[in-house]
Design a protein around this ligand. Structure first.
Ligand SMILES: C[S@@+](CC[C@H](N)C(=O)[O-])C[C@H]1O[C@@H](n2cnc3c(N)ncnc32)[C@H](O)[C@@H]1O
Length: 363
């Protein structure tokens, strides 16, 4: 039996909300993300000043960006093309004067109508026609930028501006359409790019190496015993919004290869028992983390329990048991949030925890 320690004062830090006001962190709103301040607290808790910190589920790169601010080397891996793209753009180094020059050019673009027949009605419905025409125009302009780093910087701004100027509305795991007044796209995009350039001047980063890439957390392909710290948050059991709610952005700006993506996400395998596949995937992740961690490495893992119509699955406890079997010591389980698991949004099934697991690999 594990002792659970309350840390409810960290509750909001397990969400992306505090990042909404932070330069660079807020370049792309990621519902599944956690906050910079959680990572900074963990950096303090583990007294990290050197060594390499890994986030095998890095999402939009929150762990990596916070490490970069502190001058700590870090590695992040992610499978979602959109999240990985945001993580890359947020953690890259730029020449701000080049960005300013490109921004000037973009400002002067004259309106031209481009072909939108390739956009199916189920995507079109989320935009008014003028906005969509403008998005396509700027998409074209940005694609024409020669320097890849600059192109990606302007593309990320374009993606988040397109979302903001659409009728899309992300309600939990479902994408909905809500018709409401939207800001004029061209003006909004220009403001956003101006702000993103200014953000780069505000963000103070230390000297360090930051690497983010596409890799499956179950096969990290890192050398044995090369990692000093892990700060991460895997997908939560039975909460799979990331596969669906970014479909529109991915269609417009990535056209992902459908066959490649979804199957490799943790816990998702058609026709299988979802609980079984989740824990077997997570067992593989923990084994891989054990392999790549140095003796003495410390791990912080934020995870929520699974909510089903008839039961709550205590992922925090179960993952701790698996970790211990693999060889980790479970140092602490902090409870950061408590919520109700509801059936049909009205009936209570049981209490859910969102917890911070602290593991250590014996030195
Ligand atoms: C809870 S989110 C982590 C978000 C991150 N902490 C942040 O602040 O952006 C879990 C992430 O794991 C990714 N993911 C799912 N399966 C994966 C796998 N097998 N390998 C790597 N990443 C995976 C998802 O796309 C998602 O972005």
């Amino acid at each position: 039996m594990y002792e659970l320690t309350n840390k409810l004062e960290w509750g909001e830090l397990a969400t992306f909300v505090p990042n909404k006001i932070l330069p660079v962190y807020n370049w792309f709103y990621y519902k599944e993300g956690f906050s910079r301040d959680l990572v900074l607290n963990l950096i303090r808790m583990f007294k990290i000043s050197k060594g390499t910190t890994l986030d095998p589920f890095c999402g939009v790169g929150t762990t990596n960006l916070a490490c970069k601010e502190k001058g700590i080397d870090s590695i992040g891996f992610e499978l979602s093309p959109l999240a990985l793209f945001a993580a890359r753009v947020k953690t890259s180094d730029y020449d701000v004067s080049d960005l300013r020059e490109t921004l000037k050019g973009i400002r002067r673009i004259k309106f031209r109508k481009l072909d939108r027949s390739w956009i199916p009605p189920n995507v079109r419905r989320y935009f008014n026609t003028h906005t969509l025409d403008d998005i396509l125009l700027f998409r074209n302009v940005v694609e024409g930028i020669e320097d890849n780093l600059t192109k990606d910087f302007f593309r990320l701004g374009l993606i988040s501006s397109a979302t903001r100027c659409s009728y899309m509305y992300k309600d939990g795991s479902v994408l909905k359409r809500k018709k409401h007044p939207v800001p004029p796209f061209r003006k909004f995009y220009h403001h956003r790019m101006k702000r993103m350039v200014r953000d780069l001047e505000k963000l103070k980063v230390g000297k360090c190496e930051t690497l983010v890439g596409r890799r499956d957390a179950r096969k990290l392909k890192l050398p044995k015993e090369s990692i000093d710290f892990v700060i991460t948050s895997p997908p939560y059991l039975n909460k799979i919004e990331y596969t669906k709610i970014y479909n529109i952005e991915e269609f417009l700006f990535f056209r992902p290869d459908k066959k490649r993506g979804v199957r490799s996400y943790i816990g998702i395998r058609e026709g299988n028992d979802i609980v079984k596949s989740y824990f077997s995937d997570m067992e593989n992740v923990l084994k891989e983390l054990y392999r790549v961690c140095k003796p003495g490495a410390k791990l912080a893992i934020v995870v929520g329990n699974g909510c089903f119509p008839t039961k709550v699955v205590e992922s925090d406890i179960l993952l701790s048991e698996i970790a211990e079997k693999i060889g980790f010591s479970v140092r602490k389980i902090y409870v950061m949030n408590r919520r109700w698991c509801m059936r049909n949004r009205t009936e209570k099934v049981g209490r859910l925890r969102e917890s911070l697991l602290i593991f250590e690999k014996a030195g």
